[in-house]
Design a binder for this molecule. Structure first.
Ligand SMILES: [Ca+2]
Length: 82
């Protein structure tokens, strides 16, 4: 069984399909099968900076803004580097 768009837990955690089997002579009735899609970690998709302006001559260590991240996995925590 293949999903043409790829299985995505966030879009559809279970996939249901109608399946019919043949012995080459006769077809059986349709049966419904359900596939449970297991969630895996996804990469963060965006980084936002709440403010990008600072007044000149502010002391070293002054906060310019706060970074936040978009990630579809609830509860993930993030580290930033540059
Ligand atoms: Ca993630």
């Amino acid at each position: 069984m293949k999903d043409p768009d790829g299985f995505r837990y966030s879009a559809q955690p279970t996939v249901t399909a109608q399946v019919r089997v043949s012995d080459g002579k006769l077809w059986s009735d349709y049966v419904t099968v359900t596939v449970n899609v297991q969630n895996v970690n996804d990469s963060p998709t965006d980084i936002l900076l709440s403010s990008n302006t600072i007044i000149e001559k502010e002391p070293i260590g002054t906060t310019v803004g706060t970074l936040s991240t978009t990630d579809e996995d609830a509860g993930d925590s993030f580290t930033y580097s540059w």
